[in-house]
Design a binder for this molecule. Structure first.
Ligand SMILES: Cc1cc2nc3c(=O)[nH]c(=O)nc-3n(C[C@H](O)[C@H](O)[C@H](O)COP(=O)(O)OP(=O)(O)OC[C@H]3O[C@@H](n4cnc5c(N)ncnc54)[C@H](O)[C@@H]3O)c2cc1C
Length: 274
């Protein structure tokens, strides 16, 4: 439970963080809320030589109404996402999901950007971002670029971010008045999801899955079935199509496949009824 030794630097601007990342190369890691990185370091599953603390970059903690979108700074903590009035009005699915993450301590430390950059398939917020059609802004030595959430999650804890890039903003089209549902199946209230489903239905229909593969996933066959006029039950039956969910102490892969179909159906029915 004691991490390998590492150097620690605190960045006071995004540019400084990028410059420190560039100098540190593959051996450098950003530290935001620390609620995913530090457990990995304590288990020695991660051993960065340099930890760059971005937790005090207050400029990256904001929620901004930007016309037909809402833009959220990467350092915005889960609790702030949960209670922000702009998000509650225009992206209630995201606010609700933030309120379901871990326990109050986790929600007061963990950041939206950290959750996305970590790319854990068992995380709740990446699924909400996928369902809502989010776009992420990454800043690196050669400037900034936009990455669609669908292209962002590339493998187990692997994302489209380059080692010298920092995620700065999450931009999401408003889904004001859209029906939505988040189904999180776990044994105890504060546990990670055994399987989770985020769904939104309105101008945009999006369905995404938690803990059903190596990355946070869009339920593309479900979305396609709905677009083709399938009933909720018919669409939900395709929830696990082509997926290879993990096996662990909580559930077999077969159980997760079954659960995904049940939860997608519940999510679609709740989102229709809302
Ligand atoms: C007890 C416990 C229970 C939890 N339960 C849940 C749960 O139920 N659901 C859930 O979704 N999550 C859960 N989490 C995870 C929690 O949400 C984390 O806070 C979140 O996943 C990571 O955010 P962070 O700010 O803590 O990131 P950190 O741990 O600081 O960083 C995580 C990774 O992302 C990188 N990173 C961070 N910020 C950036 C950035 N801006 N740009 C580029 N890279 C960056 C870091 O270098 C690191 O590799 C739990 C965590 C704990 C400890």
């Amino acid at each position: 439970m004691i991490p390998a030794s590492f150097d620690y630097k605190r960045a006071s601007t995004v540019d400084e963080a990028v410059s420190l990342l560039s100098d540190g190369g593959e051996d450098a890691k950003l530290l935001a809320g620390g609620h995913s990185l530090l457990p990995l370091m304590k288990l020695r599953l991660a051993a960065p030589a340099l930890v760059i603390d971005i937790g005090r970059l207050r400029d990256l903690s904001f929620v901004r109404d930007s016309g037909d979108r809402v833009v959220i700074g990467a350092l915005t903590r889960h609790r702030d996402v949960e209670i922000d009035q702009t998000l509650r009005q225009h992206l209630p699915l995201l606010s609700h999901v933030a309120g379901q993450v871990g326990d109050p301590q986790v929600r007061h430390r963990g950041t939206l950007g950290g959750s996305i950059a970590h790319g854990d398939p068992a995380s709740d917020l990446p699924a909400a971002c996928l369902a809502l059609g989010a776009t992420f802004t990454a800043v690196g030595p050669s400037g900034s670029r936009q990455i669609d959430a669908t292209d962002f999650f590339q493998g187990f804890l692997e994302t489209a971010l380059a080692p010298d890039e920092i995620l700065t903003e999450i931009s999401i089209p408003k889904a004001t008045g859209a029906a939505w549902s988040f189904q999180k199946f776990n044994r105890r209230a504060q546990d990670w999801a055994i399987v989770g489903v985020a769904a939104v239905r309105g101008d945009r229909t999006g369905v995404a899955l938690v803990n059903m593969g190596p990355t946070p996933l869009r339920a593309t066959p479900v979305e396609e079935a709905l677009a083709g006029g399938a009933s909720d039950a018919e669409a939900a039956a395709r929830a696990a199509e082509g997926l290879e969910p993990p096996e662990d102490l909580n559930a077999s892969a077969e159980y997760r496949r079954h659960l995904a179909q049940v939860l997608v159906r519940r999510a679609l029915e709740q989102a229709r009824a809302a």
